[in-house]
Structures are given as C-alpha cells and as structure tokens.
Design a protein. Structure first.
Length: 132
C-alpha cells in the first residue's frame, strides 16, 4: 500500500515556492530522499506521488492572473517539490505530480487532530521490489 513519507505544509498563500512559513523544507527533502536511498539499498524501488492540495480560499486577483485556478497553484506547488525530489530518485519518471482538489480539503469544519491542512504537498511512496 502507499506510504506517506513526506509532508510540506504551510506554503505561503498564493505562492508555489518552498519558502514555507515556519517549516524547514530542506530537512523534509533530506528525509524523503534518505528514505528512498535507504530502501533502494535494500532492493526496493519507489514511485513517488507528489500531491498538491488546493487552497480553500478563492485565488486573489494576482494569483488568478498567474494560475487558472487553485488547481493550477496546487499543481505548481507539487511540481516545485517534484523538481527537488528528482535529484535523489534515479528514474525521474518515477516521480509523479498530482493535485487533490477541493473535495480533499475540508472547508468550514474543524479537522481531526493530525489531519493535514490545505496549502500543502504530500509525498506518498509506492514501494516495489527490484527485479534481480
């Protein structure tokens, strides 16, 4: 089954860069890459699903001019993380950027403890044994 191996929360509102609010993206990238490398040494290949979550707020005018919708902004965030992760994954085609739309973010209701917020990118790994 897929395993979440990374989370990049707190993207700045309307931005896709890794200058995250109060979060060390460099350490999280190192953690994800370390997991891929270590499992690779043990004979496992990873397909990484890099999933950008949409914002709950409607895009501001400046953001709307740059991105077609919140889906576009979420994809740009996922592509940013994907680009960084491709540095540690031997086969670049095994890193796939996706978007989780409005149905995946809970609007207007309290989230259960530990439930991730919007303006984030999650990294899921699908591990497969390497053929000898």
């Amino acid at each position: 089954p897929p395993e979440r191996i990374g989370r990049f929360p707190n993207f700045r509102l309307g931005f896709a860069g890794l200058d995250l609010e109060g979060f060390d993206a460099t350490a999280e990238l190192a953690s994800v890459c370390g997991q891929v490398i270590e499992r690779g040494k043990a004979g496992w290949d990873a397909t990484l699903l890099v999933i950008g979550a949409t914002d709950r707020l409607a895009p501001r005018r400046k953001v709307a001019q740059q991105f077609e919708s919140n889906l576009g902004l979420a994809m740009a965030r996922a592509e940013t993380v994907k680009g960084e992760l491709e540095r540690c994954v031997p086969e670049k085609e095994r890193v796939i950027a996706l978007v989780a739309g409005p149905r995946s973010t809970a609007e207007g209701r309290p989230l259960p403890a530990g439930e991730p917020r919007d303006r984030r990118v999650d990294v899921w790994a699908i591990w497969t044994p390497r053929n000898p």
